[in-house]
Ligand binder design. Structure first.
Ligand SMILES: [Cu+2]
Length: 141
């Protein structure tokens, strides 16, 4: 059985020793406010692996949405399309940015509409057993 740690963390400034194997740092999480009729929302976030081993982001869950997927936006033939990634590899000592025009986490079938100033709760599940909780602020468009 895997041992899971759930940590609310938005920076690397926390005392790492308190968490033992903690080697993932999260930052810059946000979403842009969507019209009330929208059922999906894109989340942007920066993930840094400060550990000595590569780690996969294996899945994302949210109690505020029915499901969550890792998406990559690509521009081809003048059209923006989204591709579903089954996981996202973060090499040792590297930072992966999920940002507009590139990758994002897509929360689908939101349980309600979220306004600017509110937060969406999300858990990131990593291949090393780490589960990081993120409270994603919704920004005004
Ligand atoms: Cu998407």
């Amino acid at each position: 059985m895997k041992f899971f740690k759930v940590i609310i963390l938005m920076s690397c400034l926390l005392p790492l020793s308190a968490f033992g194997q903690l080697n993932i740092c999260l930052g810059d999480a946000y979403s842009n406010e969507m019209p009330p009729s929208a059922s999906n929302i894109a989340v942007y976030i920066t993930i840094s692996n400060v550990g000595n081993h590569g780690v996969n982001l294996e899945s994302v869950t949210s109690i505020d949405a029915e499901s969550a997927m890792i998406h990559r936006s690509t521009l081809g033939n003048g059209m923006m399309t989204m591709q579903h990634l089954s996981e996202l590899y973060i090499p040792s000592q590297e930072t992966v940015r999920l940002e507009p025009g590139g990758m994002h986490i897509m929360l689908t079938d939101l349980r309600r509409s979220f306004r600017a100033g509110e937060q969406i709760r999300m858990n990131l599940n990593f291949s090393n057993g780490l589960v990081l909780r993120v409270d994603v602020p919704i920004l005004e468009n």
